[in-house]
Design a protein around this ligand. Sequence first.
Ligand code: ATP
Length: 215
Amino acid sequence: MSKLKLFFGGSFDPIHNGHILSARQLVEATQAIDITLLPNALSPLKQQQHCSSEHRRQLLELALADYPELRLDLREVERGGRSYTCETLQELAAQYPQQHIGFVMGLDSFNQLDCWRDWQKLCEHAHLLVIARPGYQLALSAKLEAWLADKQSTNVEELHRFSRGKVYFCQLQPLPISSTELRKQLATHPQPAELSRQLPSAALEYIIEHKLYGA
Ligand code: ATP
């Protein structure tokens, strides 16, 4: 039986179909038990949130309602302040001592990993899973490349054999959607068909009803 539990961190401001599709594909591709979305309170690398944590939570709940294999963990939102992944992974590893924790991020996030607090310690608590993102190539600093050398894996089997410490590059077919582009569209010239492709319908209705992101 699988021991792998995945956690997908992000601002989800708002959640979109790129997140959802990647999360669903990952559970299948890695044979994980489940995947939990982990919205941050405030990303250390972002200046601001574009709507309140409460609205982001509501949007996540609406978007995930149809997918029982996708879960939600609000610990970072409840902790408040800037959310540091290393702290969260340490907590998760202590909470699930029998499981293997895999923390998921897009390639754009991984390229900046050496700006994260205590980034060299992340793999002491978990595996990292890196998913492709349209428009981004691997572009690592020399120190990140050196750190990666003995951790990099393309063999999913290793996520099950080892409890932590691997950086696994996963070949998924990501969707070209970003929250930044979505917010721009909502605020400028929203096109219903295009927005429906990018957002779950219940989330889109909620955004319009509450006039979020300038919609
Ligand atoms: P923003 O445009 O505001 O930076 P975003 O679309 O990147 O937002 P986040 O909530 O910041 O969304 O992303 C959470 C995680 O999901 C990040 O690791 C990011 O790389 C990844 N991600 C976001 N969109 C996609 C996508 N379309 N495909 C694969 N991964 C994605």
